[in-house]
Design a protein around this ligand. Structure first.
Ligand code: C2E
Ligand code: MG
Ligand code: MG
Ligand code: MG
Length: 281
């Protein structure tokens, strides 16, 4: 009887495992095909200077249109990382985004590019060389590229990762900590890292003016960043009240639906300051 039950349990487990393996294989081959068939696209979300409202940079965000179905990044980035497809995918995003931002800059628009990095991408062979190549091929100045990492990537056994990022920083590339405040690295770690910028997570910004604790925490992070000489970007600004408070707190830059949604490259074209046209007229 016990054997019977045990046997059945094994069978149930095996069936689950089978389904899981199949699902992973399926998403892996889907991602591979998506890459070959150019199903990926890039959207750009503007980042603005809160004092002047001018666009200082655009953040590249990957998009996957699987046929007519939009698959959100949270759904495929994990599998892409597990299967290693993140490496060629990220390289395409890097080269394409550098090229597009360099083209905007060629119309005398002084904007930068922010890119999200994945751990596997950083650890891939030739990561540093690939970034250097993307810069030289596109003509984008290193100082106009900001690479975003999350705290988790820099905590444990991150020696090699930090040394690769430091190497890029030596080339003039800027580094940002994304989703700041949600990880473990936070305060003490900031002093040891070669970081130029922190991006405050929307979970803080969302509470601005509505929740005393979140408002105080946001204010503290802004102050800390300013005191350390870092650029502080607030993410997820959706309400005018948040924008107001962030300006008063001395936050440097902002990003969010209220300011601008992620958009296609054509959308970014239409944001180009008209002074460019006056210059050439
Ligand atoms: P992230 O880097 O923190 O990017 C900001 C996310 O917040 C984006 O979601 C953006 O669309 C969304 N967002 C911007 N403003 C607002 C707002 O006002 N309200 C709300 N509710 N959301 C806002 P998205 O595009 O879905 O990307 C999610 C995450 O996926 C990104 O978070 C980033 O960690 C990752 N990701 C996106 N593109 C790439 C990529 O090319 N490579 C890598 N490695 N990761 C990427
Ligand atoms: Mg980001
Ligand atoms: Mg973020
Ligand atoms: Mg995020």
């Amino acid at each position: 009887r016990a054997k019977e039950l045990g046997g059945r349990r094994v069978e149930v487990f095996a069936t689950h495992m089978h389904a899981d393996v199949l699902r992973r294989l399926e998403i892996a081959s889907d991602l591979q095909r998506a890459l070959l068939e150019n199903q990926f696209a890039i959207e750009y979300q503007p980042v603005v200077d809160l004092a002047t409202s001018q666009v200082t940079a655009v953040e590249a965000l990957v998009r996957w249109w699987r046929g007519s179905t939009f698959v959100p990044p949270e759904q495929f980035l994990g599998p892409a990382e597990d299967t290693g497809i993140i490496v060629p995918l990220s390289e395409w995003i890097l080269r394409e985004a550098c090229r597009e931002v360099a083209a905007w800059r060629a119309s005398s628009w002084d904007i930068g590019l922010a890119l999200n990095l994945s751990a596997r991408q950083i650890m891939a062979p030739r990561f540093v060389e690939t970034v250097a190549e993307a810069l030289s091929e596109s003509g984008l100045p290193a100082s106009k590229l900001t690479l975003e990492v999350i705290e988790e990537m820099l905590v444990e056994d991150a020696g090699e990762m930090i040394s690769r990022l430091s190497e890029l920083r030596t080339l003039g590339v800027r580094l940002a900590i994304d989703d700041f405040g949600t990880g473990y690295a936070s305060l003490a770690f900031l002093r040891q890292l070669p970081v130029d910028m922190i991006k405050i997570d929307p979970s803080f910004v969302s509470g601005l003016g509505r929740d005393d604790t979140l408002t105080l925490l946001t204010k503290t992070i802004v102050q800390l960043g300013n005191d350390l000489g870092l650029i502080v970007v607030a993410e997820g600004i959706e309400r005018p009240e948040q924008l107001d408070l962030l300006r008063k707190m001395g936050c440097t830059r902002g990003q969010g639906y209220l300011v601008a949604r992620p958009m296609t490259a054509r959308g970014v074209d239409s944001l180009m300051p008209s002074t460019t046209l006056q210059n050439t007229a």
